[in-house]
Design a protein around this ligand. Structure first.
Ligand code: NOJ
Ligand code: CA
Length: 705
């Protein structure tokens, strides 16, 4: 069915608004209603259970060559309904249901240019994207602006980090939209990155204080386009899309036919549904890799944390700074004696991994270039196939293979993406030759090409290119400082994790307040798994006696919970082996916890306050529960009805000790075993800044143990 409306000139009927049929979600609870206002702007409104969520948001794109913000005609296309299931290579569920209704709406300008806005309504949210079809008079487009706005029907309370072209490694601010200007703690960087006024980054989490309403705003399938931040109009409670420009002010270079990423709103009256939503993955294309056998979740340890915790260790091999990589003969340099990426030390980590069933060892600081950490000042810094003299690539390759452990390579590009692309094939071939199945990439610094930012179009293309090229070499990628993810790991499951948020490393730099990990699953993790690096047992860094005080804002038991609440197919056990050896009974949980799940059930959740989730391991019957709280102690209410009725289970509970507190008594924990079944209800105490982790095994699986 198609309908056609013509907009009357504004002077004839100034209040005229043409609207298309609202598109309802399969369960009828959500609706998205396209329209055209009296000025010819395309609009959309969103409602949930009849409650307005977005009221008359504006749509449109503006390019130098063509303006797609004002139209004369709106034509509604036929509604299609889809209901499929698909299986991710790894993830939180074995099977994901993709169930939606879809309607394309075509807008035509008075001079005949066309754009289609494709709307989708799922039971867990709505989405839309712009499609510029092939047509006469439209070919290349120099994109200047995306007009999309999200006028909220209510002054929602949001959890957001400041808008920024270059980093997502910020702490969240909780504030009503109207107060964001006053509450945004980090303004300086925002201003220097060029976003006018108040702005926020997505994924952004919002909740109503009046109605039962939770909204998450983000984007899905960011390909060939810049990442979106949101400008905030605090007076009118409106967010507006702010696309990352290059330094010439251009947002994107496009060619028709073309479509943008999806703009997504995950919506529910229950915060747990926001966590359970698979909308962003569903909006991404199916897996593009034919044979995925080589993509394997990995748990790993690494020399990495030694460099953060105050053992005065360095990524660099020598003290000779301002060396000239590629020119200097590194073999003539003298070691500074504080370089953990050396053969002997790495062997110890390999031994530890082998003894504890840990799959991999990450080695940072193994290659030439760290002596001159200022990559953006010149054209070349790191060499990705030349090891330092004390790192014996072949010996370690053979040693790791003997022990059944995989090495994970590190490519810190110092944000010199251009040079990384030049070296990429050689670097990946070097990895293949030396048995490295995974690489952690890094982009610390100012991007080269100098015209770009971390989230501009050129860089968005770069990260994807690296993941795609890595797939050709059967290499998994964990990118740090890359653009926030948008579900592309469905299409490229070898892009196994990303950082793209303030991670566990900040526990060595002032700490992450406990609410941070009660927020990340609602925000950053909606785009894909995070390499958060949990497992910090020695959070109080004064232990090392090197003038580092305080540090980690966590209890030990909470760190175990993070493996479940922050699910990722790539999980580090970040702490030093010696610290795990001090607490072997607690470390047992890290050894046991799976990385891949067949089912996930959120038992309790409130953004910024607490999260409790139960997950069943992939290819097995064991369940695991992770629970975290913010700075407040609480009692988690666990209902075990997710277990198979009639079956008996034993639960091993790793919990905060009675006197545990993230401020004063981090290492107080307790481990106990109880019998549970599907009728069990448990009140679980959680310390301030604490958490708990539970392993649940069916009693018959325990026979013979
Ligand atoms: C920042 C990354 O997040 C961290 O994990 C890494 O160790 C350093 N850059 C050095 O590359
Ligand atoms: Ca980082």
């Amino acid at each position: 069915m198609t309908k056609k409306y013509t907009v009357l000139p504004a002077f004839l009927l100034s209040a005229f608004i043409a609207s298309a049929t609202p598109l309802a979600s399969p369960d009828g609870k959500l609706a998205i209603e396209p329209g055209l206002d009296s000025a010819g702007h395309p609009t959309y409104s969103v409602s949930f259970n009849g409650l307005p969520v977005v009221s008359s948001g504006i749509l449109g794109l503006k390019a130098d060559e063509a303006d797609f913000t004002s139209f004369a005609e709106i034509k509604e296309g036929a509604v299609v309904a889809e209901d499929n299931t698909w299986k991710p290579v790894w993830g939180e569920f074995e099977t994901i249901r993709d169930n939606y209704t879809e309607m394309p709406v075509e807008y035509t300008t008075s001079d005949g240019r066309k754009i289609t806005v494709r709307f989708r309504a799922y039971n867990d949210g709505v989405a839309f994207r712009y499609e510029i079809p092939e047509q006469q008079k439209v070919n290349y487009l120099t994109l200047r602006d995306e007009a999309t706005t999200f006028p909220l029907a209510e002054d929602l309370s949001v959890f957001a980090i400041p808008g920024d072209y270059d980093t997502d490694e910020r702490l969240y601010v909780e504030s009503p939209v109207s107060q964001l200007g006053k509450r945004m703690r980090v303004r300086r960087h925002t201003e220097s990155s060029g976003i006018p006024g108040v702005s926020v980054q997505t994924p952004l989490m919002a909740k109503s204080t009046k109605n039962k309403l939770y909204v998450n705003i983000h984007e899905a399938a960011l390909v060939g386009y810049p990442a979106m931040a949101l400008e905030v109009d605090t007076a009118n409670i409106v967010f507006k899309a702010h696309l990352t420009p290059d330094r010439n002010g251009v947002r994107g270079y496009l060619q028709a036919p073309f479509h943008t990423p999806w703009r997504t709103l995950i919506i529910s009256d229950d915060a747990r549904d926001i966590l359970a939503s698979q909308l962003i993955l569903n909006l991404n294309e199916p897996c593009a890799i034919e044979n995925t056998d080589w993509i394997k979740p990995m748990k790993f340890v690494g020399v990495w944390w030694e460099m953060f915790v105050g053992r005065s260790r360095t990524w660099a091999y020598s003290n000779k700074y301002n060396a000239k990589p590629g020119i200097t003969d590194y073999s003539s340099l003298e070691s500074n004696g504080r370089h953990p990426a050396n053969t002997e030390n790495v062997k110890k980590y390999i031994d530890f991994a082998a003894e504890n069933g840990i799959d991999g060892v990450l080695v940072e600081g193994w290659n030439e270039g760290w002596e001159d950490w200022a990559g953006w000042r010149k054209n070349r810094q790191f060499i990705f196939d030349k090891a330092y003299p004390d790192f014996d690539v072949e010996a370690l390759r053979d040693y790791a293979a003997e022990k059944g452990v995989k090495l994970i390579m590190h490519h810190e590009t110092a944000a010199n993406a251009a040079d990384y692309e030049r070296q990429l094939d050689r670097a990946f071939q070097f990895m293949v030759d030396n048995n490295y199945p995974a690489v952690k990439t890094g982009y610390v610094g100012h991007i080269i090409p100098r015209s770009e930012y971390h989230s501009s179009q050129w860089m968005v293309d770069h990260y994807l290119h690296v993941a795609q090229r890595a797939a050709d070499y059967k290499i998994m990628v964990d990118s740090h400082e890359a653009v926030r993810p948008t579900g592309l790991c469905r299409t490229w499951p070898n892009w196994i994790a990303q950082e793209s948020a303030r991670g566990g490393e900040f526990e060595s730099m002032g700490g992450n307040p406990p609410e941070h990990t009660c927020l990340l699953p609602f925000t950053r993790l909606k785009g894909g798994p995070m390499d958060y690096t949990p497992g910090l047992f020695q959070a109080d860094l004064s232990y090392y006696g090197e003038g580092k005080n305080g540090g980690g804002k966590t209890t030990l038991a909470r760190q175990l919970a993070l493996y479940v609440t922050m699910a990722s197919p790539l999980q580090m056990a970040c702490d030093l082996p010696e610290n795990y050896n001090r607490f072997p009974d607690a470390f047992q949980f890290i050894r046991d916890v799976p990385l891949d799940w067949s089912d996930s059930r959120w038992l309790e959740a409130e953004p910024g306050d607490y999260i409790t989730v139960a997950r069943r391991e992939k290819n097995g019957n064991d369940w695991y529960i992770g629970g975290v709280t913010d700075e407040n102690a609480r009692i988690a209410m666990l209902d075990f009805s997710f277990l198979e009725p009639g079956k008996k289970y034993t639960a091993t509970i790793y919990e905060d000790g009675a006197d545990a507190d993230f401020r004063s008594n981090q290492q107080s924990y307790n481990i106990r075993k109880i019998k549970v079944n599907s009728k069990t209800k448990l009140k679980q105490k959680v310390a301030p800044g604490g958490g708990f982790a539970i392993q649940i095994k069916a009693a018959d699986d325990l026979a013979g143990l």
